[in-house]
Design a protein around this ligand. Structure first.
Ligand code: GUN
Ligand code: FE
Length: 448
């Protein structure tokens, strides 16, 4: 199939590439074969040929194609508590709200209902790829993989490993390090052998929840597993003062240093939050080519912290965005983009009006703009995951969304004589809402 469409993508940070009436040819495998523009030789001939074959799909005027959005941090089981208990400290929130909720996924009927709603909601929000924490349960985690395959969402899914009796309750804990490691291996095997997963739409992830919830034996075993299987790794890193301080106390080093010792920092590792990184931590993450899932909304509402995004980007770290459902109360990557912009501005200005600007706690030149935010949600996420997604180029998966700027119930208002070029993208990033998301494709297949 070939799509005739206008839209935007951003292979390089800083430069928006505008596509106008581009011909995007998509193979039966969902991979982009070619992207042709009207000024290229052969454009008209190809357009006529595809049209004559009946293989040309034309996006309506007023609709714009964007690469599918990549959410680098989602706690799938926490969907039912979106918007709840955001004002309690992490360690209290886990024990009073989150562990009791996650424990309910032992009930497969509950899991089916909740996970089904979540995957549909995220697809309708334009999230074509999600990096999921599931729960400790084997059956519910397998079900999440089944559902993503059935609904067509690209997903990376980890059985959560948490076996430390000092930090995890009896009712919600892996019984031993062997159970944490063995359960992780079992989900890897299930996903790799899944009969509907030949294209590897769903991938397994080694998922130590965070250092406090794991014993050293589990961390060691999971690190060894990461080396031997080459799978993705995800965990929380230096999210809150408490979590950061706990690791300093227990291991005498930062989260980043400790994860590195256990062999958990590699090209396919994604560290959520990373709010309290030292200079050396940033350097270690860069050298290991690991990535950070920046979760601006969650960090603002929940961790009272701001990840130093601009500094990380300028150092050359791989960074993408996450919603952190339900530490972040909104599952939309558009809100993650807007959050990234907002918090970067507050970091730059500081917030205490009684102090002169130079005396406020702040970082100079920390601001990012809508282009950076869009880059992070698309190309940045693809690089973080080491997957061919996030841009419209040959060899990349056709994961995309069509934004209908004319949708009556939508929130985008374009004015013909005002909005041209990347001003249109700017309005989309700042003002799009669900009713503007007309169609979503994953690997060439319409999923919404
Ligand atoms: N740290 C350990 N577990 C969690 C979690 O579920 N959410 C967040 N935001 N931080 C965590
Ligand atoms: Fe999280």
């Amino acid at each position: 199939k070939t799509l005739l469409a206008s839209g935007f993508h951003m292979p390089e940070r800083g430069t928006v590439d505008e596509l106008t009436d581009a011909l995007i040819a998509i193979g039966a495998d969902g991979v982009i074969q070619s992207v042709r523009r009207p000024d290229e030789a052969g454009y008209e001939a190809e357009k006529r040929a595809r049209s004559a074959e009946g293989n040309l799909v034309t996006l309506p005027t007023g609709s714009f194609l964007l690469p599918g959005l990549v959410d680098l941090h989602v706690h799938a089981p926490q969907y039912p508590q979106l918007g709840q208990a955001l004002d309690v400290p992490l360690e209290v929130w886990l024990h009073q709200y989150t562990f009791p909720l996650e424990a309910r996924y032992a009930d497969i009927a509950f899991a089916r209902r909740s996970y089904g709603l979540l995957v549909d909601d995220l697809l309708a929000s334009g999230t074509t790829t999600a990096l999921y924490f599931a729960t400790i349960h084997q059956d519910a985690s397998r079900l999440l993989a089944d559902l993503c395959l059935e609904r067509g969402q690209r997903a990376l899914i980890g059985k959560v490993a948490m076996d430390n009796p000092d930090q995890c309750p009896d009712y919600y804990r892996d019984a031993s390090p062997e159970a944490a490691i063995g359960g992780t291996q079992a989900l890897i095997d299930y996903i790799h052998a899944h009969p509907d997963n030949e294209e590897r739409l769903v991938r397994p992830v080694i998922t130590p929840r965070f250092i406090p919830s794991c014993t050293d034996a589990a961390l060691e075993g999971l690190g060894a597993l990461a080396r031997s299987c080459g799978c993705h790794v995800q965990t929380h890193c230096s999210e809150s003062d408490w979590a950061h301080g706990y690791v300093l106390e227990r291991h005498g080093m930062t989260d980043t240093e400790s994860l590195d010792r256990f062999g958990l920092l590699g090209r396919r590792s994604v560290l959520a939050h990373a709010n309290f990184l030292t200079r050396l931590d940033m350097e270690t993450i860069r050298v290991r080519q690991a990535a950070v899932a920046h979760c601006p909304v969650s960090n603002a509402y929940f961790a009272n912290a701001v990840f130093p995004l601009k500094a990380a980007l300028e150092k050359g770290l791989h960074v993408g965005l996450g919603t952190d459902i339900s530490g972040g109360p909104i599952g939309s990557m558009f809100d993650a983009m807007r959050g990234a912009i907002m918090v970067s501005r507050m970091l730059e200005t500081g917030t205490d009006p009684d102090l002169p600007p130079e005396a406020r706690s702040r970082q100079s030149n920390s601001r990012v703009d809508f282009r950076d935010a869009f880059y992070l949600a698309t190309t940045g996420g693809g690089i973080a995951l080491d997957l061919p997604i996030g841009r419209f180029e040959p060899g990349y998966q056709f994961d995309a969304l069509a934004i209908d700027t004319t949708a009556e119930n939508g929130t985008i208002r374009l004015w013909d004589d005002l909005d041209r070029g990347d001003a249109v993208l700017q309005k989309i990033v700042y003002t799009a809402s669900k009713p503007n998301i007309a169609t979503v494709w994953v690997s060439g297949r319409p999923v919404k």
